[in-house]
Design a binder for this molecule. Structure first.
Ligand SMILES: [Zn+2]
Length: 755
């Protein structure tokens, strides 16, 4: 029985007080429209069916469907046909983007002995799609530059800036060398970037069994983990320091008549050649390294001693690519809004994969399709969303957010005017709901999570998340907050999936949602990420697919139907206070660390502790960072907290009368709310990366996936640009002051005129 039916029975048999306490009116809704909304939402959630999600996955992952492949186009057409069947107004929008595919891939060890890497993922008898050789993209890293290099090898751990500081202490330079780095702990494109900055001439990235292989569980096909031949494909485009999307048309849509840069001027292509390899191919190379032992925390679980090098293994790496333009096919499907068609709620998930991609991205795409099918059912039953709803099945996410970025750049003007919220998802698995997004939507998405049932525990997904956060909390203070704060904190948006252009470039409030955390997996971006793997080792009965449909669809409906967009700024203001505290602490910790290190240098600590058989160098002396003035940020955060509280109260006082509020007043108010994320952007963008306009969050230049919050200030401190950090404090403070005045004005529109 759908939940709304239970509610109707309850309202007949229980005192109305109980009903009220149980079902407080939704934020942004009058009590009456709130009740209607809850009824539609309950109907919607009852419609989502795991069997459909399974069938969508089987169809979409049946063949390899990377950018430019025939099955990619076939999938796009099939998705469009489904949207049309379900009553959406759908079309395919195509862009022509630079998408390199491999022409030559050669990796051999030439000293001290000969070895040629296989660079091949074999077909497995039990796995029926693993043998589609002629359609599979070979293992490679997209947007690696062409190159033919020969040099001694150096092992650089995860290839992050701090790893090179340790190499310096060991007296090892990678200048003129080829480095080999482990996957993970950063966006993969950071590894060749940092290697090139240190003078390396080539970069290998391998999947270490400790990270996603036999150390964790049995390998595929006996278990879910990476087998010795499995390789992680993936983009190494340097998107974080330039921009994602087509490298030839930064900042504008890659339409047929767009002006394109010559390839030589494309900023986001790597400086040195890169190739991903399996641990089967990596082991012989690593086993022939000499030099000092790798620090304990660098070592993996291959049956070899992990040395750093350089050499004696000397390798020859040669890669060359077809630098062709390929079409990306975005499917765009609309339900026009019944009363405010000019306000858009956008919901997207990509459909392209590196190979068959059952997990990434078809698990998310299939849930999104089931969501759309159920919304289509509601339309037939008479549901009329107030706002326009746009469903997007993006193409070209894997190479680096090509389809979503080009669409957002092409439609930037319309989106700036109309787009209220963008909701993203990508892969979906079994376990907890992961919540990330703009903090003005924190209260909203907590509310949605309270209405979704967890398939395994039958708790709400919100409650299960709260309890598991309590279990994982590291301090009494953290646990207290988890128990007492009204909303669970949501993560900041970094990058690595399709919300990037919306939140970072255009300032559209965004959310990123997905389930996961319970199953280990080692098939990411390999030929083995397919229907066989997913139906044996992940959400095998697709009940988390259903939970994802319910979560995504409930969010879309609740945003599309509200009289007042359910933005709230109290959590946002609280988060800004938290970030400001973190920045102050970051600087203080740095000052303290450098002061301490300089003192140890004076005391001779490094000479005294030196082992002459394993010599290391003392770290360099550095100037202690100056004090910075955070007062403008503190003051702006205080003002924000006051206006946020004011707005929340004004809205709640007005709630009962929202139904009688004139449409024009609602329109003005909603326009202000839509503006609230735009206000956090600055046209000049972040220092040295003008495409990134949001001053509150961005992917880190040296992290990629992981967000840097208040990035101008934070990266200023991390990268020792203290004067710049101080200027950025001023810019962020100014944006936050304008945000506060906007929120004040929004609050005023809700107050009765003075008599
Ligand atoms: Zn994906």
């Amino acid at each position: 029985m759908p939940r709304f039916a239970l509610l109707l029975i309850a309202s007949l048999s229980l005192p109305s007080l109980v009903l009220c306490a149980d079902e407080a009116a939704l934020v942004g809704y009058s009590p009456r429209s709130s009740q209607t909304e809850r009824e539609w939402e309950a109907k919607f959630r009852a419609l989502a069916d795991p069997a459909n999600i399974r069938e969508f996955m089987r169809r979409l992952s049946a063949r390899p469907h990377h950018v430019g492949s025939s099955y990619d186009k076939d999938n796009a057409q099939w998705i469009r046909a489904r949207f049309e069947e379900w009553g959406f107004d759908a079309h395919i929008e195509t862009f022509d983007v630079l998408f390199p595919t491999p022409k030559v891939r050669l990796l051999e060890m030439i000293e001290p002995e000969k070895f040629t890497a296989k660079l091949d993922e074999p077909a497995l008898a039990v796995d029926p799609t693993s043998n589609q050789k002629s359609e599979q993209l070979p293992t490679y890293n997209a947007y690696s530059t062409d190159g033919d290099v020969t040099a001694p090898l150096v092992f650089v751990n995860y290839g992050l800036p701090e790893d090179y500081e340790l190499l310096d202490r060991l007296g090892i330079s990678v200048k003129g060398m080829i480095v080999i780095a482990k996957y993970y702990h950063s966006w993969r494109g950071v590894k060749p970037k940092v290697a090139a900055e240190h003078g390396a001439i080539g970069c290998l990235i391998y999947s270490e069994p400790q990270d996603d292989g036999y150390t964790r569980d049995n390998v595929f096909p006996q278990g879910p983990m990476r087998n010795p031949e499995g390789v992680q494909r993936g983009s190494v485009m340097d998107f974080a320091s330039s921009s994602p999307g087509d490298p030839l048309t930064p900042g504008v849509g890659a339409t047929p008549d767009a002006k394109r840069l010559p390839l030589s001027q494309a900023k986001s292509i790597t400086k040195i050649p890169v190739l991903p390899i399996s641990y089967g191919d990596a082991q012989p190379l690593l086993a022939r390294l000499g030099g000092p032992m790798a620090p304990a925390e660098w070592r993996g679980s291959l049956p070899i001693p992990y040395h750093v090098g350089p050499g004696p293994s000397k390798v020859h790496l040669k890669v060359a690519f077809n630098w062709d333009l390929k079409p990306v096919n975005d499917v765009i499907a609309k339900i026009p809004g019944s009363s405010v068609p000019g306000e858009w709620i956008i919901r997207g998930n990509h459909h392209d994969a590196w190979v068959n991609g059952a997990e990434d991205p078809v698990s998310g795409q299939s849930a999104l399709l089931e969501e759309a099918r159920a919304l289509g059912e509601l339309l037939k039953q008479g549901w009329k969303p107030r706002r326009t709803i746009i469903y997007a099945a993006w193409d070209g996410e894997e190479p680096m957010l090509l389809g979503s970025t080009e669409w957002a750049e092409t439609h930037a003007e319309e989106l700036e005017r109309h787009a209220a919220v963008y909701i993203n998802s990508d892969s979906n698995d079994r376990g907890l709901l992961n919540l990330e997004g703009s903090h003005s939507l924190e209260q909203f998405i907590n509310g949605v999570a309270r209405d979704i049932d967890d398939p395994e525990t039958k708790l709400t997904v919100w409650r299960r998340l709260q309890l598991s956060k309590i279990a994982q909390a590291k301090s009494a203070e953290e646990r207290k907050e988890l128990r007492q704060r009204a909303d669970l904190r949501i993560g900041a948006l970094g990058s690595g999936t399709d919300y990037t252009a919306f939140v970072d470039h255009l300032g559209i409030a965004s959310l990123n949602l997905g389930y996961g955390s319970e199953d280990e997996q080692g098939i990411y971006h390999s030929v083995y990420d397919d229907f066989y793997w997913y139906t044996h080792f992940s959400d095998t009965d697709f009940v988390y697919g259903r939970a994802m449909s319910q979560t995504g669809g409930t969010s879309v409906m609740r945003l599309a139907d509200a009289e007042v967009l359910p933005f709230d700024f109290v959590d946002f203001a609280d988060t800004v206070q938290k970030y400001t505290g973190e920045l102050e602490k970051l600087l203080a910790d740095r000052q303290e660390a450098i002061r301490e290190r300089n003192q140890e240098l004076d005391e001779g600590v490094f000479q005294a502790t030196l082992d002459p058989r394993r010599p290391t160098l003392a770290p360099p002396r550095e100037d202690v960072p100056p004090h910075l003035n955070f007062a403008p940020l503190r003051n702006a955060a205080d003002a924000l907290a006051r206006s946020a509280e004011h707005y929340r109260q004004a809205l709640s006082h007005r709630q009962a009368a929202l139904g009688e509020t004139p449409a024009e007043s609602l329109r003005t108010l909603n326009q202000m709310l839509i503006e609230s994320e735009r206000k956090l952007t600055n046209d000049d963008g972040l220092p040295r990366r003008p495409w990134y306009k949001n001053l509150l969050e961005a992917p880190g230049v040296y992290t990629g996936y992981e967000a840097k919050t208040i990035p101008g200030v934070r990266e200023g401190i991390e990268q020792k640009r203290y004067a710049e950090a101080e200027q950025e404090v001023e810019r962020v403070a100014k944006a936050l002051e304008e945000e506060s005045s906007l929120i004040e004005s929004a609050a005023k529109t809700l107050e009765p005129p003075p008599r």
